[in-house]
Ligand binder design. Structure first.
Ligand code: SF4
Length: 268
């Protein structure tokens, strides 16, 4: 089996499956202009298998130790373990490995526990969802997180302390996501910066009249209109912020809350 290592250009959407296949086959390394699973048909008209390193690691363990060993941890539907990057208000930020099905609070415990009372957790990644602390006992399975409106996505868990502003944190992330559009589809190229601007207005406590209505309308116009799911993820994050931080939204309509956004590692 030959192995060739290909270094991708930096960029958020360059890790999207069709972008990866494009890069390794000499293309531009951007998402395909049409949504179609690479496992069905990719460059050359052939199906392509695209997996992340964690999955290949699991396959290696499965082959080496066998199915019975692999199924000793995890759930019946999702055996094995999962890697999570836990950051924010925890004592030991970093990558932790947990049995699939462990509760969300186990991720915080594995990272040394929370340093402050938490007001929310960003679960899944920059295109993930904000979840309230009442969901700390939800199992870390695809279905478990989905049942509370979340996604495991890239496996990022950000603990938002009570001292940080969830809307300002969201504004930073959405502005970054808007900057990472591959600029191939109008709703993504033009829509995400507009959405980011509206979230920033709200976060700054200086909203123009009708900002929530515009935000809602733009989110609806952008969803499902890109060639890849990049805009969908950004919009889902915004919607979860408006829901999770509903009280803060009302406060910000009247002015700044006095708290700053949390640094969640968004590239400058
Ligand atoms: S939706 Fe955005 S990121 Fe995805 S292909 Fe279109 S322009 Fe690029």
């Amino acid at each position: 089996l030959g192995v060739r290592v290909v270094q991708l250009q930096p960029g958020y959407v360059r890790s999207e499956a069709s972008a990866v296949v494009s890069a390794v086959t000499g293309g531009r390394g951007l998402p395909a202009a049409r949504r179609r699973p690479q496992a069905e048909r990719g460059p050359g008209g052939r199906p392509w298998v695209v997996q992340n390193v964690e999955t290949f690691g699991c396959i290696g363990l499965l082959v080496r130790h066998g199915l019975d060993w692999y199924q000793q941890v995890g759930t019946a539907d999702e055996p094995g373990t999962r890697l999570l990057t836990v950051t924010g208000a925890v004592h030991r930020p970093g990558v932790v490995e947990l049995p699939v099905g462990a509760p969300l609070r186990a991720a915080l415990r594995a990272a040394g526990g929370a340093t402050r009372p938490l007001q929310a957790l960003l679960v899944g990644g920059y295109a993930g969802r904000w979840l309230a602390p009442e969901h700390l006992d939800v199992p870390l399975t695809v279905d478990g997180i989905r049942a509370v409106g979340g996604t495991l996505g890239a496996g990022l868990v950000v603990a938002l302390p009570d001292t940080a502003c969830g809307l300002a944190t969201t504004a930073r992330v959405v502005r970054y996501l808007a900057s990472q559009s591959a600029r191939q589809c109008g709703p993504c190229t033009n829509g995400l910066p507009a959405v980011a601007g509206a979230v920033e207005e709200l976060a700054a406590g200086r909203p123009s009249p009708g900002v929530l209505d515009r935000l809602s309308r733009w989110c609806g116009l952008v969803t499902g209109r890109g060639a890849c799911s990049h805009p969908d993820g950004a919009v889902a994050l915004v919607r979860s912020a408006l829901e999770t931080f509903a009280d803060d939204v009302q406060q910000h309509l009247a002015g700044d809350c006095g708290r700053s956004g949390l640094d969640v590692g968004v590239p400058a």
